[in-house]
Design a protein around this ligand. Structure first.
Ligand code: NDP
Ligand code: GDR
Length: 341
């Protein structure tokens, strides 16, 4: 493989994506394949295949999957050495904030030290590649909005603290080793591919289940939290633009609009002709030991430097996610009925 590459021209850009089976990884893989990249994705071993978000890409020329894990530095070094990527997107993470209170050490190993392992593997292999780190608005935590690249960090969870380590180590490798390393501080972004235990998808799936008569209620925790919810495909475009710029810099991506969980419920239920107050129940099990009250991003730098701007806002997002879940769940229900279940 190496020999062949040495004598072949022109070189197609190769990208390595950790977290390719996740929401963002799947959209980023589609984006890069459409741009003509050779895309390599790290996948974790699991007892049943966990690739539903990239199943539709199976067999696509230019897509290559490799076993690897951010907790296994050897696997990262081996894959980087063999793939020789031009761009590395580090999207892999234990990404659930509440779960990070229950799995703090694992979260730190994956979300903090995992980034260090990857950066060290790039440095050790002397790779001339560009690096994207999936940083998060959770790093701002308790600091009130609006938040931008200069806002003071104050994480409120093991997840936020682990991601803050990765943010700073990315900055450090840029300054210490002249690596083209970028940290994208992304506010919440959602889609029909969003994991089912994040609040937006939980709500839109709940709405679809109620609409189809499968249940009559939805249990939620804190309805007062404010988040800045955008649409994931627009955000992966922003990641790519960060790595195409001449200078490695850090950027916030956000819509600039704050919405409470309660308002998101209102939008989603109303779109299905339902009143959220008839169905949503409070369950303290979904509260966190420490909460992040309000995140609203100021993405003016990304707009000025990268020409990036969020297009979709919370209400439109809730509606497109409800439509997708009603469609998806409706198909499953019909299929089960046809089977006589
Ligand atoms: P997901 O939870 O949907 O995807 C996470 C991905 O990471 C999955 O592919 C998962 O693999 C993989 N992963 C988990 N643990 C490991 C590990 N130990 N080694 C290698 N890979 C691992 O997250 P999103 O797509 O929503 O987010 C992408 C990244 O962006 C994450 O780092 C997240 O923390 C960050 N982020 C997300 C935001 C959002 O609103 N979506 C906002 C800001 C930052 P598997 O499928 O096998 O579980
Ligand atoms: P967040 O997303 O913690 O912002 O992290 P999540 O959707 O989990 O929570 C958002 C807010 O909703 C409140 N909430 C509930 N949350 C969940 N998951 N389930 C519930 O039943 C529920 N009820 C109320 C939460 O308390 C919180 O205030 C996401 C992840 O994608 C991170 O990886 C990413 O870094 C940040 O967004 C930006």
């Amino acid at each position: 493989m190496h020999e062949a590459r040495r004598y072949c021209a022109p070189v197609t850009k190769r990208a390595l994506i950790t977290g390719i089976t996740g929401q963002d990884g799947s959209y980023l893989a589609e984006l890069l394949l459409a741009k003509g990249y050779e895309v390599h994705g790290l996948v974790r071993r699991s007892s049943t295949l966990n690739r539903s978000r990239i199943d539709h890409l199976h067999g696509t020329a230019g897509l290559h999957l490799h076993y690897g894990d951010l907790t296994d530095g050897v696997s990262l070094s081996n894959q980087l050495r063999d793939i020789e990527p031009h761009e590395v997107y580090n999207l892999g993470a234990q990404s659930h904030v509440k779960v990070s209170f229950e799995l703090p050490e694992y979260t730190a190993s994956t979300d903090a030290v995992g980034t260090l392992r990857l950066l060290e593997a790039i440095r050790a292999a002397k790779l001339d590649c560009r690096f994207y780190q999936a940083s998060t608005s959770e790093m701002f935590g308790a600091t009130p909005p609006p938040q931008n690249e200069s806002t003071v960090f104050y994480p409120r969870s093991p997840y936020g603290a682990a991601k803050l380590y990765s943010h700073w180590v990315t900055v450090n490798y840029r300054e210490a080793y002249d690596l083209f390393a970028v940290s994208g501080i992304l506010f919440n972004h959602e889609s029909p591919r969003r994991g089912e235990s994040f609040v937006t998808r939980k709500i839109t799936l709940g709405v679809a289940s109620i609409k189809l008569g499968l249940t009559d209620h939805l249990d939620l925790g804190n309805l007062e939290a404010v988040r800045d919810w955008g649409f994931a495909p627009e955000y992966v475009e922003g990641m790519w633009r960060m790595l195409q710029h001449d200078e490695p810099q850090d950027y916030v991506l956000a819509t600039g609009i704050g919405t409470t969980v309660r308002e998101f419920c209102q939008y989603a239920f109303a779109h299905a002709g339902l009143d959220w107050e008839d169905h949503v129940r409070y369950d303290k099990a979904y509260e966190r030991p420490t909460e992040v009250d309000a995140l609203i991003g100021d993405a003016s730098k990304a707009q000025d430097v990268l020409g990036w701007r969020a297009q979709t806002q919370a209400r439109g997002l809730a509606e497109l996610m409800v439509d997708a879940d009603v469609e998806h769940l409706g198909r499953l229900v019909r299929h089960k009925r046809e089977l006589g279940d």
